[in-house]
Design a protein around this ligand. Structure first.
Ligand code: ZN
Ligand code: ZN
Length: 200
């Protein structure tokens, strides 16, 4: 039951953002991205969350300390996403990432990805901080975990809003525009460190 609830937080956030911001996307383009996103959510995201909760304890206490873990989840997710995303822009691997960069940026493109890319890159980036904390014995309160799911979903959708949302800072838009910058997500720490960060 808990894995269905957590999945629903992601699912409802995602499709609400699509409904709000994908207003003027050509139908064929929209349908293709929406179908791929849905395929990834049903065949990969839900099973991954389901497997996670077979090994991850559901915890209702430690709310305050769990809120303190959120910055770590943001930082590890950003670094992990950079490390798995940047190789996809090499000649060798771009074929697996091409679908995400085909056509104009719009919200339903957020999860338009090859299955392996979705599991390793997107889901891995969301999970790596959670698993790292678990490895060191820190379990996140279930409500904070649910909030993290919503935040990560909201962030990726906003970054693909094509400036239709005032909260979109356009950094990931620039990644789609020139393919040679801003490989991370959120804080873009590794891009800032390695010189691939662009803000205009
Ligand atoms: Zn890319
Ligand atoms: Zn993108």
């Amino acid at each position: 039951m808990i894995s269905i609830n957590v999945f629903l937080v992601h699912f409802i956030c995602y499709w609400t953002m699509v409904y709000l911001y994908d207003k003027n996307v050509p139908t064929a383009t929209f349908n293709r991205s929406a179908l791929l996103s849905l395929k990834n959510q049903i065949f990969y995201t839900y099973p991954t969350i389901n497997i996670l909760f077979r090994y991850y304890p559901v915890k209702y206490d430690d709310l305050i300390s769990s809120i303190g873990y959120l910055p770590l989840l943001v930082v590890t997710g950003d670094i992990y996403f950079y490390l798995t995303h940047r190789p996809l822009h090499t000649k060798l691997f771009f074929k697996y990432h091409k679908s995400h960069h085909t056509g104009k940026i719009h919200v339903a493109k957020s999860l338009d990805a090859d299955g392996i890319e979705h599991i390793v890159g997107n889901l891995g980036s969301f999970l790596c901080g959670i698993l790292l904390l678990q490895y060191y014995g820190y379990i996140i309160n279930i409500y904070v975990l649910g909030f993290w799911v919503g935040l990560a979903t909201f962030n990726t959708c906003l970054s693909h809003s094509n400036y239709n949302s005032e909260l979109d800072n356009g950094i990931h838009y620039l990644h789609h525009k020139n393919l040679r910058c801003n490989y991370g997500t959120g804080l873009y720490l590794m891009d800032r460190l390695t010189g691939s960060y662009r803000s205009e």
